[in-house]
Ligand binder design. Structure first.
Ligand SMILES: Nc1ncnc2c1ncn2[C@@H]1O[C@H](COP(=O)(O)OP(=O)(O)OP(=O)(O)O)[C@@H](O)[C@H]1O
Length: 638
């Protein structure tokens, strides 16, 4: 039991003091890193945001015939402005779920009501004033801190602001967050604490009034934890409502929060100030032992270490979050009605008539995203450098293996194998590269799109446009090498046809990879990509000619883009009435006449333009399907 007047000091930075009336209060001494975020000059000028939530439930489906699971059981609460609020609780208590629900990130299976300044939450309006920073730092690792900030400013600040004004905002934020000295460090090279601060800095650019942070201290050492929480505290005291989930804070860290919301198995055990937690527990008849960190004690209670009955006792006492007696200045907390009067609808008119879902126009988003895409491509060793290198190496290898096979009548079958090998190369490398790299891009897309940086349409168009020149350049390098080394006919129109088919195959394969990467994770995608490509190869007309395909399987040749690719190559190399081939290397030269070969493989040399049309339609269908799947995925994860 805590004695009146007793003082417990942990790590020299915080003291919990109980006065004669039994009120406990945390005293923060000048611990480390008090200097962060002394105050942004660009403080909120809009009204602070008061959040109230009632009877929040969240149920998730466990799969077909496996039923469902309720994570949140009708919790209630009040999140006041100017407060740094911690959602605490043992692992699995539902902290992240509650944060997902409050931020609007999770919508499926959610019940209850959320009120913003006394009115029912309208998501479009709420998203304009809030941001959500998830646990894993989803940053552009290839870009420096300054580049990350500049691009975010270009996407989130009005386009009529000049670069000097934007620069001032960036400087202000970076200086306050202690990142100014690391301006030129790439995201991937920052420490955990710096990455966390950069995640916060990026969202601060458009000055949100409400910030949700999922476990901002996880994985950080105690000094970085204090820095990050100090920073959040300073930002909250500038008029923001900041809500974080935390696992088990030390006493000193705990004292930095203004308000705590304790969850246990989806129910609220306590909602109130950090100072009032000890008296609350005392009043409930389960006092915090002396020399015990109250944060640790309440988590132990929430874990059920002192019995299930204590948990129910606390849930009843907190009325599952309805009780507001333990909040700061509880007697003067405005009612919903008075909040509505304080913020009349006419005040909201300005917010509602502002820019649409995103801060800037689609054109601006597209141009900024293209700029970012090219910057990343320039530095990305996998997507660009390795891709170019692979095309050169594979080109030289195939060229050496099939050297001079293109104009020799006795080596026509070898040349046919070469054309199929080229097709495989153009199918596998872009498809696998996309399947392997896109899921990591996906997590960044989810965060940035949710926080209204840009629309999905702008993002999708930008990745398509950025990749196009890289695909064309690498394909051209490969084609020149292979075409020359294997001595294919020296005719510019034939080479043009060969190159066009190659580029189309790369683009179609990449779109196929994008469809898989948008829906599946790396492991499943790596399995599915090659597996689904096998039927495409079967129906290409290479192993089994199109003539020999059973009639009931003929449809397969229409959906296989490899069929159009192979037929297009044949048209380019052996079509256009190609004259007799040389027969220098063998006495018997069965395929001296290209016509004989075309008859044997059952392919028409005059289908080139049909093949191009078929590949164009396939490309359009797959690109549209990938976009729709991406759109579905963005809503399905929520
Ligand atoms: N989509 C889901 N399907 C099934 N169970 C889920 C799903 N999402 C969350 N859960 C379960 O709900 C419970 C609460 O999860 P949540 O992530 O909110 O907990 P938490 O308190 O944030 O935990 P931690 O501190 O470990 O991150 C956990 O038991 C989790 O397994």
């Amino acid at each position: 039991m805590m004695l009146a007047g007793a003082e417990i000091v942990e790590k020299g930075s915080v003291a919990f003091k109980t006065d004669d009336a039994g009120n406990s209060e945390a005293i923060i001494s000048s611990g480390p890193s008090q200097s962060q975020a002394k105050g942004l000059t660009k403080v909120p000028t809009k009204e602070p945001v008061d959040i109230q939530f009632t009877n929040i439930t969240c149920t998730v489906s466990l799969g077909i015939n496996k039923g469902s699971k309720q994570i949140l059981h009708g919790v209630n609460g009040r999140l006041r402005p100017n407060q740094l609020i911690a959602i605490m609780g043992p692992s699995g208590a539902g902290k992240s779920t509650l944060l997902d629900v409050l931020s609007g990130y999770r919508v499926t299976g959610v019940g209850g009501a959320i009120f913003i300044n006394g009115r029912g939450r309208i998501m479009k309006r709420f998203k304009k004033m809030s941001c959500y920073i998830q646990q894993d730092d989803r940053l552009q690792g290839l870009l420096t801190v300054n580049e990350n900030m500049t691009l975010a400013a270009d996407l989130k600040l009005p386009t009529d602001m000049d670069k000097y004004e934007k620069g001032e905002v960036i400087e202000d934020i970076l200086t306050n967050l202690g990142l100014y000295e690391h301006m030129n460090t790439r995201g991937a090279q920052l420490s955990g604490g710096q990455r966390k601060r950069l995640s916060i800095a990026l969202e601060l650019i458009n000055n949100p009034l409400v910030m949700f942070l999922d476990e901002p201290t996880t994985g950080l050492d105690s000094s970085s934890c204090t820095q990050v929480v100090q920073l959040c505290r300073s930002l909250a005291h500038q008029g923001r409502t900041i809500v974080c989930t935390v696992h088990q804070p030390s006493a000193s860290l705990f004292a930095l929060f203004d308000q705590v919301y304790v969850l246990a198995a989806g129910r609220c055990l306590y909602q109130g100030t950090t100072r009032k937690l000890v008296p609350y527990l005392e009043e409930a008849g389960i006092p915090c032992p002396i020399y015990h960190n109250p944060a640790d004690y309440v988590i132990e209670l929430a874990c059920g270490e002192y019995g299930e009955d204590k948990m129910s006792l606390l849930t009843d006492k907190a009325e599952n979050g309805k009780a507001q007696t333990w909040l700061d200045s509880s007697e003067s907390i405005p009612t919903m009605e008075s909040l509505r009067k304080q913020y009349p609808l006419s005040v909201l008119k300005e917010q509602d008539t502002g820019p649409g879902s995103e801060e800037t126009s689609q054109w601006n988003q597209l141009s900024v995203l293209i700029k970012r895409g090219f910057l990343k491509a320039k530095r990305d060793p996998t997507m660009t450098h390795l891709r170019l290198a692979v095309n050169v190496v594979v080109g030289v290898m195939l060229g050496s293996l099939f050297i001079n096979a293109g104009n020799e009548g006795s080596r026509v079958l070898e040349n046919y194998n070469l054309l199929f090998a080229i097709l495989m190369h153009h199918m596998m490398s872009p498809m696998m590269l996309t399947i392997l790299t896109f899921p990591s891009e996906m997590s960044i897309l989810l965060k940035e799109h949710f926080n209204r940086w840009y629309s999905l349409g702008s993002y999708y168009t930008s990745i398509t446009l950025v990749d196009l020149p890289i695909s064309i350049v690498s394909c051209t390098i490969f084609s020149v090498i292979v075409y020359a080394m294997s001595s294919q006919p020296l005719d510019i129109s034939r080479f043009g046809m060969f190159l066009a088919i190659s580029v189309y195959t790369v683009l179609v394969a990449q779109s196929f990879g994008l469809m898989i990467g948008a829906v599946f994770n790396v492991v499943n995608g790596t399995f599915l990509g090659p597996t689904l490509s096998v039927p495409m190869m079967m129906f290409a007309g290479f192993g089994v000619t199109l003539r020999d395909l059973p009639p009931y399987l003929y449809w397969g040749s229409y959906v296989s883009y490899l069929r159009y690719g192979l037929e297009g190559y044949i048209g380019a190399i052996y079509g256009l009435d190609r004259p007799k081939l040389d027969c220098n290397e063998a006495k018997y030269c069965h395929y001296r006449q290209p016509r004989t070969f075309l008859k044997d493989i059952a392919m028409s040399p005059n289908m080139f333009w049909w093949d191009i049309i078929a590949l164009t339609v396939t490309l359009f269908v797959l690109r549209t399907a990938a976009f729709l799947l991406l759109k579905w995925k963005l809503s399905a994860v929520r």
